[in-house]
Ligand binder design. Structure first.
Ligand code: XMP
Length: 518
């Protein structure tokens, strides 16, 4: 296995992801835990030292254990990792927070050029004469440690790529793991090839390790899991079930704001086909009752969030001996909660989750998907035998149809919305567009408009179709349907859904819009 020693970079998980893409098994351990003894126990085949926010020039700043340097394994140091390497091996690092006075703090895109006479020695590390890379550092290496040579430079980083080939130590100033280093994957590929990895590790192997970890953490205790029917919680539940079987109880909170037949489909699949213990908490009356007369988006979200927690807690309390709460938290959820700029960020929408619940109920958390990205969760889901149709589902927000029904929510509007949404999604599937679209849904508008059907006047609701492409939901663009598709879909909805007599298509991107209507 490959060991990543984490010095606290925001993007350490991206290193792990790059390695998994290369079918290499790796483990991330925070630097505090990697003692000489721990290192000997892990016995890695190669080590990567991550970036980090500290400065090696500060006394007491993080270091790698001394025994690392004599283990005889290939080591790659990235950014702070490079500086740790130089400092511990006899080089020098200078602080450069302030540019101008000899310092070379550098943030953003840079171009690394290979050092001509040396490039052959490191064949394959570059694809181009000049590689675009991403820099983000305050300090810089001022003197190389003995044995190291320079293999690439950038205008502001004379030691952009350095290596001691005899010891297989490589140290780079830039971040090969981020998207803005377009050939970063090749960079890692070269490193793991040099380190002798065969690249035969799979998601199946990841599953086995994840199961083992869950068993160790949970022991013989009971676990409860909120099942929403979304991909993340479904994969988490399936994984936990495989790990601990009947020690897992899932609670499916039905707030009456789900899509057509959704509750039955989710409960049937998990209970009858996958043999999980599932409590179907039908609390439609409670939710719709409290939402009555409410039209402010934030108020609606807060009511749903609060009731969700109350309901979950009520059912969870009935499960004897529950000590753990399982959540399908993914890695992007983990980083998104940390602000990159460090500045205060504005609440655009109160996102609905069960945060705060574990403390309130005295439960410990199990988050088996915490290291994974969405596409990896889908791969894991396939590995666990979840049907493809389930794994490829569009995201669905916790507050459900409430935020697709601007203004006051009524049962009548929800019924109309559910039917229109079902017709729309059916159209998308029939035209083979479902997998091209990140998310698609209908919003029912709080206006009624006049129409004519047959010989009669109608006065019914208008609805808006929404479909966006996106990679992570953070930014999005509307999907460019053909006019034929839009026309056919509008006709079907108006003909098949009583209560709607006008259909519009929402062509707002995000930003400035958001994906959902509230
Ligand atoms: P917005 O509307 O903020 O949505 O552009 C971005 C993505 O997040 C989903 N979404 C939510 N998901 N709880 C969730 O679990 C929420 O409260 C929530 N609000 C929005 C939305 O469906 C889209 O995929």
């Amino acid at each position: 296995r490959l060991l990543i020693i984490d010095f606290g970079s925001q993007v350490t998980q991206l290193i792990a992801r790059r390695l998994r893409e290369l079918n290499v098994y790796c483990e991330i351990h925070p630097y505090q835990n990697v003692t000489d003894a721990k290192l000997a126990e892990i016995a890695p085949k190669a080590v990567i030292l991550s970036g980090g926010p500290d400065s090696v020039t500060r006394e007491g700043s993080p270091r790698a254990p001394d025994s690392l340097w004599t283990m005889g394994v290939p080591i790659l140091g990235i950014c702070y990792g490079q500086q740790v390497m130089m400092t511990q091996l006899g080089g020098e690092v200078h602080g450069g927070k302030i540019t101008g006075g000899g310092g070379t703090a550098e943030f953003g895109r840079a171009y690394v050029t290979p050092t001509k006479d040396r490039i052959d020695a490191l064949a394959g590390w570059f694809l181009e004469e000049k590689e675009q890379v991403w820099m983000s550092h305050g300090d810089h290496v001022a003197k190389l440690a003995p044995g190291f040579e320079v293999y690439g430079t950038s205008p502001n980083a004379p030691y952009a790529i350095t290596a001691d080939l005899s010891r297989q130590f490589y140290a780079v100033q830039f971040h090969p793991e981020v998207h803005h280093t377009p050939n970063g994957a090749t960079f890692f590929e070269n490193f793991v090839r040099l380190a002798g990895f065969s690249g035969d590790w799979t998601m199946g192997a990841y599953k086995d390790i994840a199961i083992e970890k869950i068993r160790q953490q949970v022991g013989d205790k009971q676990v409860i899991c909120g099942l929403s029917g979304g991909v993340d919680s479904s994969v988490a539940a399936a994984l936990l079930h495989e790990a601990i079987g009947d020690q897992l109880t899932c609670v499916f909170v039905d707030h009456g704001l789900l899509r057509l037949n959704e509750a039955e489909e989710v409960v049937t699949m998990f209970r009858d086909h996958m043999n999980l213990k599932v409590i179907h908490a039908d609390e439609t009356e409670l939710f719709l009752g409290e939402l009555e007369g409410q039209s402010d988006p934030e108020t609606k979200r807060k009511i749903i969030g609060r009731l969700f927690i109350d309901v979950f807690q009520k059912y969870a309390n009935e499960i004897e001996g529950a000590e753990f709460l399982a959540q399908g938290t993914l890695y992007p959820d983990v980083i998104e909660s940390v602000s990159f700029s460090g500045g205060p960020s504005v609440t655009i929408k109160s996102h609905h989750n069960v945060g705060g619940l574990p403390e309130k109920m005295g439960l410990k958390l199990v988050e088996p998907l915490r290291e994974l990205f969405k596409d990896e969760v889908r791969a894991l889901g396939r590995e666990l035998g979840l049907p493809a149709s389930f794994i490829g589902r569009h995201p669905f927000p916790g507050p459900g149809l409430a935020i697709r029904c601007p203004g006051e929510i009524t049962r009548e509007k929800l019924d109309i919305l559910r039917q229109a949404d079902a017709v729309y999604i059916d159209q998308i599937r029939k035209h083979g567009l479902y997998d091209e679209i990140w998310q698609a849904f209908v919003a029912i508008l709080p206006v009624r408009t006049v129409g004519v059907m047959g010989d009669g006047r109608t006065y019914d609701y208008a609805c808006a179709l929404r479909a966006v492409t996106s990679v992570d939901g953070m930014t999005a663009d509307y999907y460019p349907y053909s006019h034929e598709f839009l026309g056919e879909t509008a006709t079907r909805i108006i003909n098949e859904v009583p209560g709607i007599n006008r259909v519009t298509y929402d062509i707002t991107s995000k930003p400035p819009g958001t994906i959902e209507w509230e």
